[in-house]
Write a protein that binds this ligand. Structure first.
Ligand code: SF4
Ligand code: SF4
Length: 176
């Protein structure tokens, strides 16, 4: 069996999808994936990589270039990106790293792979308009302290806006 070396592991060539890089490149923001020359600037400047032992944007870009589709799309690390765009701003090759992460999350979402915490956040947005369900006792406490009311949300209007992208269906489909 032929293998290729990627970082500390070996990958069987049978697990490589040669079309994966072109698939990513077709989405807005993914066009320059192949221009990455692995300088590592994205990882060294990424605020999430600084505090994570596993999140390495450069490594994800390389795995995507190599066609490790399932490994990339099944990885929860692609959900750690905070979309701060530091990597995109600093990349000497103009790779839109933050956008590539979005493309990867969209692709894995289409397969029903959304980590539970993001399903919960999405459900909360649909129901309350807030990503985090604010407990009533906290709202009461704000009032007691004389703090201004929180801005009102319109979950119905939000749900209507998100209908076209099948947001609710993605949240309810079985995933990991
Ligand atoms: S900064 Fe750009 S060229 Fe360097 S590793 Fe990251 S994506 Fe590749
Ligand atoms: S956009 Fe994501 S990958 Fe890029 S620097 Fe910010 S957190 Fe890191």
């Amino acid at each position: 069996m032929i293998t290729v070396e990627t970082y500390q592991t070996h990958v069987e060539t049978s697990g490589i999808d040669k079309r994966f890089k072109y698939e990513i490149s077709r989405f807005p923001g993914g066009e320059k994936l192949l221009d990455c020359f692995q300088c590592g600037t994205c990882t060294s400047d990424c605020p999430i990589a600084r505090f994570s032992d596993t999140y390495r944007p450069r490594q994800i870009i390389r795995m995507a270039q190599l066609g490790l589709r399932e490994r990339v799309l099944s990885s929860e690390t692609i959900w750690l990106c905070a979309s701060c765009f530091t990597c995109s701003d600093h990349c000497p090759r103009g790779v839109e790293v933050a956008d590539v992460m979005r493309v990867l999350r969209n692709l894995t979402t289409q397969q029903g792979h959304i980590p539970r915490i993001f399903r919960e956040l999405g459900s909360s947005i649909l129901e309350s308009g807030y990503a985090y369900r604010i407990p009533k006792r906290r709202i009461d406490r704000r009032e007691a302290l004389g703090l201004p009311l929180l801005p009102k949300c319109n979950p119905e209007s939000l749900a209507k806006s998100l209908r076209n992208v099948r947001f609710r269906q993605f949240l309810s489909e079985k995933g990991r």
